[in-house]
Design a protein around this ligand. Sequence first.
Ligand code: NAP
Length: 458
Amino acid sequence: MLRVAVVGSGPSGVYTAQSLLQQSLVPDVRVHVLDRLPTPYGLVRYGVAPDHEKIKSLQNSLRAVLEDERITFVGNVEVGGAEGLSPARLKELYHAVVYCVGAATDRPLGVPGEDLPGSFSATEFVSWYSAHPDTATDGFALHARSAVVIGVGNVAVDVARILARDADELRATDVPRAALHALSGSRVRDVHIVGRRGPSQARFTTKELRELGALPRAHLVVDPAELALDAAYAAPAGGPGTPLPAVVRRNLEVLRGWAAGPPPTAANRERRIRLRFFLRPVELLERGGRVAGVRFARTAPDSSGDVRDTGSYEDIEAQLVLRAVGYRGMPLPGLPFDTARGTVPHLAGRVLRGGVPSPGEYVAGWIKRGPTGVIGSNRSCAKETVASLIEDAPLLARRPVAADPLSALWESGLRPVEWDGWLSIERAEAALGRSLGRGPVKIPDWAGLLDAARGDGR
Ligand code: NAP
């Protein structure tokens, strides 16, 4: 029997476990899927926006994998932390370990004023409305009239959409009580989404972009003159030898429609989402000890396809700033780390120590390839890693490992939450929602989750 630990139960971890079961070269594989949290599904639970029900429903297919009898979910077990399991100990317990720990932190913006009160990373905001139990902040500046979201990726679009929605539209979702209450008191009326380059270089996908235009209570504002600076906007088919990628073409079509756009209606004139381009953030401005705006350098396309500063500046007023400039992988103590890329160095998924593959250690997902791609991208990534692992399996299986790794975890003082515990959390969240006249509502804190896992929360 080949015993494998997968660290992380987000999409990359679950797809890795699934690939391990689907291959036929090594028939008898047992997989323990470990997670630091007592809950499975990683960013599908704690990153996908609550109003993206269809993507959230992916949890059902991840659940089907985790319920396979050859897989054991082992939550509430930290790997690499001060009191958790070290990678060296994991190697003693399992023939192979696949790290699928994602990209847990946000990329810094690196401009003065970034840490002013009222300025948050989008990751913090997403964690808050997703009820992540590590959320430290509860004081998002929703008294703000004007909010700036820096970055034009899908996370920027997510947080802008949540800010621009009427809180009532979120009642049907699993958004936690405190966040729903705070959002219902929000006074935000203008949300500026700002990109440092042009619309053809934006990272959002068309479906997500279109959703902004479909919000019932917000009106889209796009400046045609700003769009026209982008050569691709003027020639959306691209040059003869350089056709534009389909996603860029579609994004430009959507933006073109908005630039020509219908005027606001009685229903959506209260709130505005302003999509801005060619503005590079240089400083967060302060008034009375809090953020009061963002200073941007105006940019323009240069001959290399990038942008250059034009020498002029624009200040946008904002009492709330969300920095949505990408995620970043965190080093896991005991594993090698490439600081420049924010990933673990690897060869086809095999962890490299000193440039040489380390037998029995693998990576998949964002910690392997960086924080890019949609959830489905993790399937092929996991398959590649599992192919390497299975190729190594004859050698790995010769090494003696613990007969019962779970008992070893308990003996070392850890208190895993297994699948039954997770099902108890699900029941407690359903009960909480019923008591509030809503569908399931997420429990937002560690104590509540662990009580529920032990059955104390019902
Ligand atoms: P992202 O797609 O990498 O976008 C980051 C944005 O931040 C880019 O516009 C980037 O501009 C900008 N940026 C980076 N550094 C900056 C700086 N110093 N100043 C100003 N702007 C800066 O990252 P993300 O939005 O966090 O998304 C991460 C991944 O999750 C993506 O693959 C995304 O598609 C995925 N995701 C998907 C969904 C969905 O499918 N609904 C939802 C959320 C996230 P440049 O291009 O100029 O660098």
